[in-house]
Design a binder for this molecule. Structure first.
Ligand code: IDP
Ligand code: MG
Length: 140
């Protein structure tokens, strides 16, 4: 399996509780390299666009409000099979269903405030990375 890149967000529930270092340590221990990272405060427009695929879902407005409720850390992660590997390290969307040792099991507060985002395909990873990072900001 080739080296791949994926897009990650440390969500506001984790930045609020000062857990960015803990999350990063879990990503790195899982074999992923953080090749770009910045702390931003998303606008409503950015959150709505980023989560546009979910705009018909009942939780969409609440999700956008949550994602803009505090700072986030947007990241590019690199490693073997990085998209799928990151999803394994993150755990299931609902922390109640996440495997022990995953970020969401160990850290997440709820199905909404679930501490991390990770791209779900290489195609979406490329789109999401380009949404937040210039090529010159990614240093592998
Ligand atoms: P994922 O983050 O595991 O890929 P998605 O289904 O893509 O999960 O949902 C995007 C985000 O929307 C989730 O990470 C979570 O923050 C939120 N979300 C998903 N399902 C629910 C729900 O049933 N209630 C509230 N928020 C949800
Ligand atoms: Mg998703």
């Amino acid at each position: 399996m080739a080296v791949q890149r994926t897009f990650s967000i440390i969500k506001p529930d984790a930045t609020r509780r000062n857990l960015t270092g803990k999350v990063n340590a879990m990503l790195e221990a899982g074999g992923l390299r953080i090749v770009a990272q910045k702390r931003i405060h998303m606008t409503q427009a950015q959150a709505a666009s980023f989560y546009g695929v979910h705009k018909e879902r009942p939780f969409f407005k609440s999700l956008c409000d949550f994602m803009t409720s505090g700072p986030v850390v947007v990241q590019v992660l690199e490693g073997e099979n990085a998209v799928a590997r990151n999803r394994e390290i993150m755990g299931a969307t609902n922390p109640a269903n996440a495997e022990p040792g995953t970020i969401r099991k160990e850290v997440a507060e709820s199905i909404e405030a679930n501490s991390v985002h990770g791209s779900d395909s290489p195609e979406n990873a490329a789109i999401e990375i380009a949404y937040f990072f210039a090529g010159s900001e990614i240093v592998g």
